[in-house]
Design a protein around this ligand. Structure first.
Ligand code: NAP
Length: 674
C-alpha cells in the first residue's frame, strides 16, 4: 500500500519508484512511500495563505484550546497508533513514550499557552524601557508570528512524539506546519495526521505531511519560513548549508546525535542507593527503544575503582532483559527499526571497538512469537569498556544509534568533567550522587556543554522522569554536536516561531500597537468609576484619580493589632529612630489596603474577584500624617475564551501629598462581561 501525503488540502499519491517500508520484527514489506510529483512550492504557498487567513487572526488561547481538543481526540484513537508502532519494533513501553508522550506534549502546550501567553495574537516580551528623560519616548519588545511555514523534518525513532512536540509550539505561535517524517516510520506519523485532518479541529492548512523525500522544497523557502530538523549530524549539516537557508537567513533549529553521559558520583560506592539507581538507569536507557533514543546514554563514566563493579552489575541486569518480538508482554526490548539501521549500528560498533573492548554482549535467545525473527532487525545489547578514555577520541565521537554504551573510568572530578566535555555538546548528562557539593561542581562544570542536566539521589529517584525523557516544560536541545538548537523548553520554543521586534515611540503609540496601557501613556476618564463597568465597556487607559486619605498613627497601631505585624519600624519609637526610616512608618500592606479602600466600589459591581498583584514596589515610606491618593488605570483587558468574563489588569499608582509615588503595582481582577 502506498502512503499518501497530505498536500494543499488533499491526500495525494507520489509518482515514480517508491521506497519499500518493512516490518521491523519480521522483515515483511508493509508499505511504500514516495513523494515525486508533489508540488512542494505549492505546498509552501498553500501553508502561507492558510497562516494568513486562518491561523494568525486567532489568539494564543484559541490555538491552545484547539491543541487541547486535538490531544483529547488523539487519545481516543490511540489504539490504532499503538498497533502501527509495533511494526516499527517498539514495545508497548517504547510506544507509550512516543504516542502518549506526544499527546502529553499537546496537553502541556495547551495548558502553558493559556497560562503564560495572553489571549491575543501579540506577545509582549518584558517591561517598558524608558529611553528619554521626560518619559515621552519609550521602548518595548513584542513577538509576532512569522508569516511563513514551519517545516519539520523528523527522525525515525519517535514518529509521533517527534511530530507533535514540534507542531505544538509552532501552531501555538501561529504558524502552519509541513511535516516530513523519516520515511522508514512515516506510516505511523501519517496515520496520526489522518486522524488530525479528519477531526477538523485545526484550521484548514494548519498541517500538511510529506511521506517520502522533500524534493525541491528547500528551493522554495523564504525568509519567513522556519526549518526545524531532528536527525543525524551529517544530514543536519548538509541541510543547514542549503543556499536558500544561508541566502535568506532562514531559521534552522537542529537537534542531532549526541554522546550523552551518565556519571556515577564518588560517594555512590557499590551497595549505596545511588549505585543501584545508576545501574538501573543505564540498563533501562540501553534497552528502551533498543537504544535508538537521541538522549540515550552512550558514555557511562564511573570512578576508576568501581569499573569492575559497574560492569558486573550491568551485566547481571542486562542479562535478565527479555529481548524479542515486542508483541509479547514479557519482552522489554524489540528490534532496531530496520536492517539498514542494523548494518549502521554494526559498522559504528566496529569503529568503537578500535579503542574499547567488549565486556558484555547479550547472549540469550530472542523470544519468538510463533514466527521466525531471522529477517527482523534485532541487535544484541553491547557494553564496551574504554581503558584510557582521556587519550582516545572514538567513545566521545562515534554514535552507534542502538543498544551500545561504553564504560570509562575517572580519577578525579576534574577528569570526569573533562571526559563529559569531550562529547563536544550533548542533549543531556546525568549525575548520580548524594553529595550536593559534587553535584554543584559537576553541573556548573558541564552546563556550557549541555541542554539538560539531571541529578539523581535517593530522595528524587522515585519521582524522576528519567535521563532519557525530554519534558515539554524543560529545554530539549543542546550545543555543539547536539545541533545547537532548542526544540522544547516551555514557551521558549514558541518564540522560535516568532519575530521579536523592538518598538520605540510614545507610551500611547506603543500601547495602541500591542493593546496595553504603557506607563506615561494617555489616560481618559468619563466620570464613571471603571469598577462599575462591564468587561465589554472598559477601554485601555480608562482611569480614575481617587479621593485622599491621611494616614494616622492610630491607623498603624490598629493595623498592627489586626494583622499581628508588630515590626519595630512601625511600632517602636526608639528602634524606629535607629532604623533606615528614622521614625515610625506605616506598614506597606496597610498602604495597599488603604489604597484599595480608596478605589474599591462597595456595591454589586461587575468586578467578580481580585486574584493577585504583580510587580509590587514600595518606592517611598508613608509616615503617619502623610496623605495618600491613588490613580487606577485599565492596563489591559483579555477576554477569557468561551467564558462570559475577562481578566482586567489595572495599573495602580499610590501617591503622597507631594505627588511622589509611594507604591506601584498591577492589580489583576476578573470582570463580568455584559
Ligand atoms: P537522518 O538519516 O539524518 O534523517 C533525519 C531526517 O532527515 C529524516 O526525516 C530524513 O528523511 C531526512 N533527510 C535525510 N536526508 C535529507 C535531505 N537531503 N533533505 C531533506 N531531508 C532529509 O536521521 P535518522 O536516521 O532518521 O535518525 C537517527 C539520528 O537522529 C541519530 O543520529 C540520532 O541521534 C538523531 N536523533 C536526534 C534527536 C534529537 O532530538 N536530537 C532525536 C532523534 C534522533 P528520510 O527518512 O526520508 O531519509
Amino acid at each position: 500500500m502506498i502512503l499518501q501525503s497530505f498536500a494543499y488540502g488533499q491526500w495525494v499519491s507520489g509518482t515514480g519508484q517508491p521506497t519499500v517500508l518493512k516490518h521491523a520484527v519480521t522483515g515483511e514489506q508493509i508499505y511504500e512511500a514516495g513523494s515525486s510529483g508533489i508540488d512542494f512550492g505549492q505546498m509552501l504557498e498553500y501553508g502561507r495563505n492558510a497562516g494568513a487567513r486562518h491561523i494568525r487572526p486567532s489568539t494564543f488561547h484559541q490555538r491552545a484550546l484547539m491543541l487541547k481538543e486535538l490531544a483529547k481526540h488523539l487519545t481516543a484513537k490511540k489504539d490504532e497508533f499503538y498497533r502501527l508502532s509495533y511494526l516499527t519494533g517498539a514495545t508497548r513501553t517504547d510506544a507509550w513514550f512516543d504516542i502518549d508522550g506526544g499527546i502529553g506534549t499537546l496537553f502541556a502546550y495547551a495548558s502553558k499557552g493559556r497560562k503564560e501567553l495572553p489571549n491575543q495574537s501579540v506577545f509582549i516580551d518584558g517591561g517598558t524601557e524608558v529611553l528619554s528623560k521626560g518619559g515621552t519616548f519609550v521602548g518595548r519588545h513584542i513577538c509576532v508570528p512569522l508569516e511563513g511555514v514551519a517545516v519539520h523534518i523528523n527522525a525515525f525513532n519517535f514518529p509521533v512524539w517527534g511530530m507533535l512536540e514540534k507542531f505544538a509550539p509552532a501552531f501555538l505561535a501561529g504558524m502552519p506546519c509541513i511535516i516530513k517524517p523519516a520515511t522508514s516510520t512515516s506510516y505511523v506519523a501519517q496515520r496520526v495526521v489522518q486522524e488530525i485532518i479528519a477531526s477538523r479541529i485545526l484550521p484548514e492548512g494548519a498541517l500538511q505531511i510529506i511521506c517520502g523525500s522533500v524534493g525541491d522544497l528547500f528551493d522554495h523557502l523564504t525568509l519567513q519560513d522556519v526549518v526545524t530538523f531532528t536527525g543525524s549530524h551529517a544530514t543536519g549539516k548538509k541541510l543547514r548549508q542549503h543556499p536558500r537557508i544561508i541566502d535568506e537567513s532562514i531559521r534552522f533549529n537542529m537537534e542531532s546525535d549526541s554522546l550523552n553521559c551518565c556519571v556515577l558520583g564518588r560517594d555512590a560506592v557499590p551497595g549505596s542507593e545511588e549505585f543501584g539507581l545508576f545501574i538501573k538507569e543505564v540498563a533501562r536507557e540501553l534497552t528502551t527503544k533498543a537504544g535508538q533514543r537521541c538522549t540515550a546514554i552512550r558514555r557511562v563514566i564511573v570512578p576508576e575503582g568501581t569499573v569492575n563493579d559497574v560492569i558486573a552489575a550491568l551485566t547481571q541486569r542486562l542479562s535478565s532483559v527479555v529481548i524479542g518480538d515486542p508483541a509479547l508482554e514479557e519482552v522489554k526490548m524489540g528490534p532496531l527499526v530496520g536492517t539498514e539501521q542494523q548494518s549502521e549500528v554494526t559498522a559504528r560498533l566496529q569503529e568503537l571497538r578500535r579503542t574499547s573492548e567488549t565486556v558484555y554482549e547479550y547472549r540469550n535467545e530472542f523470544r519468538r512469537n510463533g514466527h521466525p525473527l531471522d529477517l527482523g532487525a534485532f541487535f544484541r545489547p553491547t557494553l564496551l569498556y574504554c581503558r584510557d578514555p582521556l587519550s582516545v577520541s572514538e567513545p566521545h565521537n562515534i554514535e552507534a544509534f542502538g543498544p551500545v554504551s561504553t564504560v570509562m573510568g575517572y580519577r578525579t572530578m576534574d577528569d570526569a568533567i573533562e571526559l563529559v566535555r569531550r562529547g563536544r555538546g550533548s542533549l543531556v548528562g546525568s549525575f548520580f550522587s548524594n553529595n550536593d557539593a559534587d553535584c554543584r561542581t559537576f553541573a556548573l562544570g558541564i552546563a556550557p556543554y549541555h541542554g539538560r542536566i539531571m541529578m539523581i539521589n535517593r530522595s528524587s529517584a522515585k519521582e524522576s522522569t528519567g535521563h532519557g525523557s525530554p519534558m515539554p516544560q524543560m529545554v530539549h536541545g543542546g550545543p555543539g554536536r547536539a545541533g545547537g538548537g532548542e526544540e522544547l523548553g516551555g514557551i521558549r520554543s514558541v518564540m522560535h516561531y516568532m519575530q521579536r521586534t523592538a518598538l520605540q515611540g510614545s507610551p500611547t503609540t506603543l500601547g495602541s500597537v500591542y493593546g496595553e496601557f504603557t506607563v506615561g501613556g494617555e489616560t481618559h476618564t468619563d466620570g464613571i468609576h471603571p469598577f462599575t463597568k462591564y468587561f465589554n465597556d472598559l477601554t485601555i487607559g480608562d482611569s480614575i484619580l481617587t479621593g485622599t486619605r491621611t494616614i494616622t498613627l492610630e491607623d498603624v497601631e490598629r493595623f498592627a493589632e489586626l494583622s499581628g505585624d508588630h515590626f519595630y519600624a512601625h511600632m517602636d519609637d526608639e528602634l524606629a529612630r535607629r532604623s533606615i526610616f528614622e521614625r515610625r512608618v506605616a506598614h506597606g500592606y496597610f498602604v495597599l489596603s488603604a489604597a484599595a479602600g480608596l478605589f474599591v466600589e462597595p456595591g454589586f459591581v461587575p468586578v467578580l474577584a481580585n486574584y493577585g498583584l504583580e510587580g509590587l514596589r514600595f518606592l517611598k515610606p508613608v509616615y503617619p500624617g502623610d496623605t495618600i491618593q491613588v490613580r487606577l488605570t485599565v492596563k489591559s483587558t483579555r477576554p477569557k475564551e468561551g467564558e462570559s468574563q475577562g481578566v482586567v489588569e489595572w495599573d495602580v499608582i499610590v501617591f503622597n501629598q507631594q505627588s511622589e509615588q509611594v507604591a506601584v503595582y498591577t492589580l489583576l481582577t476578573l470582570v463580568a462581561a455584559r
